[in-house]
Design a protein around this ligand. Structure first.
Ligand code: UDP
Ligand code: MG
Length: 318
């Protein structure tokens, strides 16, 4: 099978029928063998009934996964990825903002140009300013932290993947914003971008509004960066900083003590060690250093107990 199209959706019953018709036209015009996997993320409208109707009409092409409740876009993608059988996997939003006409070109970038992942880039984005401005900031940070400098739009719903990629990444929580980074961490580094058309939402309204998505988005980025950099060796970070802090604290404390002993010895006026502010600074540094060291040690114990601890990405064995 050439292509699996994975579509996560939450209350999009008005769009799904039209979207499938469009995908079908494009696929047939280009002679692709394909499947469409709708992942119904706990919709409360008629979305599932529409998917059932589509499946009844095209049982080999249309598949559906129905969550019992709303888990979010990332879990929906994860389950869609597990089921996908095509050599290339295309994800798109269900709201008709992404155009199926882009599929053939995206497919070719994977098969002919050798990309692992191609992300759409909504160059002329048809969304309100309240979404587009924060997105610019978000993408700049994501580029910086992930080291993937050639992507303008990490979170575009329209993406194409080599099948290997989706089988080896774990999209959880709200990590769908960072799939290119997940792919890079898993060792797929040929990541490209294609400018795509973007339409205004035709039916319903956006499912991602409100402020907490920025906070969560940045926290997620931080977690990913941390997992990527130190996830397998927490002691190397915490232990290192902790040891240095402890040593600095200890030396400073000794210095404060030596200072007093010297004054005592030389018959100069002296004060109690505990009267010096430096003593307290040194003490705090030592305590913090010890705590960091313990944090590193605990991190090490936890990561060595994880069932994924020896989960390395092996590309080939002969
Ligand atoms: N979506 C989902 N689960 C959710 C929220 C959204 O599956 O909890 C789907 C939604 O139905 C759509 C896609 O994710 O197909 C992108 O959502 P939306 O269009 O609302 O995001 P926007 O384009 O406004 O960023
Ligand atoms: Mg949308």
């Amino acid at each position: 099978m050439d292509i699996s199209v994975v579509i996560p959706l939450y209350n999009e019953d008005e769009s799904i029928g039209e979207l499938f018709g469009w995908i079908k036209r494009v696929m047939e015009a280009h002679g692709f063998s394909y499947e469409v996997i709708f992942v119904n993320d706990g919709s409360t409208d008629r979305s599932w009934q529409v998917i059932e109707q589509l499946h009844a009409a095209e049982p080999d092409i249309v598949h559906g996964i129905k969550f019992r409740r709303n888990y979010g876009k990332s879990p929906a993608l994860y389950c869609g990825f597990e089921q996908a059988r095509g050599n290339v996997v295309i994800t798109m939003d269900a709201d008709l903002q992404d155009s199926p006409d882009e599929i053939p070109a995206l497919y070719r970038m994977i098969t002919d140009e050798g990309y692992d992942l191609v992300s759409g880039y909504k160059q002329k984005r048809k969304d309100p300013l309240s979404k587009t401005i924060p997105t610019k900031l978000f993408n700049a940070t994501a580029r910086l932290v992930s080291g993937i400098h050639n992507l303008h739009d990490f979170n575009c719903g329209l993406k194409a993947y080599r099948s290997d990629v989706v089988k080896h990444i774990e999209v959880y929580g709200e990590m769908h914003r960072y799939i290119p980074y997940l792919a890079k961490n898993a060792g797929f580094d040929k990541i490209g971008e294609k400018a795509v058309h973007h339409q205004a939402r035709k039916f319903g309204k956006s499912k991602f509004m409100g402020l907490n998505r920025f906070v969560n988005g940045y926290l997620d980025l931080l977690s990913l960066w941390f997992l990527d950099s130190f996830g397998l060796k927490p002691m190397h970070v915490f232990g290192f900083i902790g040891t240095i802090m402890f040593m600095v604290g200890l030396l400073s404390a000794l210095l404060v003590g030596a200072n007093k002993l010297y004054a005592l010895h030389a018959g100069q006026p002296y004060t109690l060690v505990t009267d010096s502010p430096y003593f307290y600074l040194a003490l705090t540094t030592m305590i913090l250093g010890t705590q960091l060291f313990v944090a590193g040690f605990l991190g090490e114990l936890i990561s060595r107990n994880s069932s994924l601890r020896n989960n390395y990405q092996i590309e080939k064995e002969i």
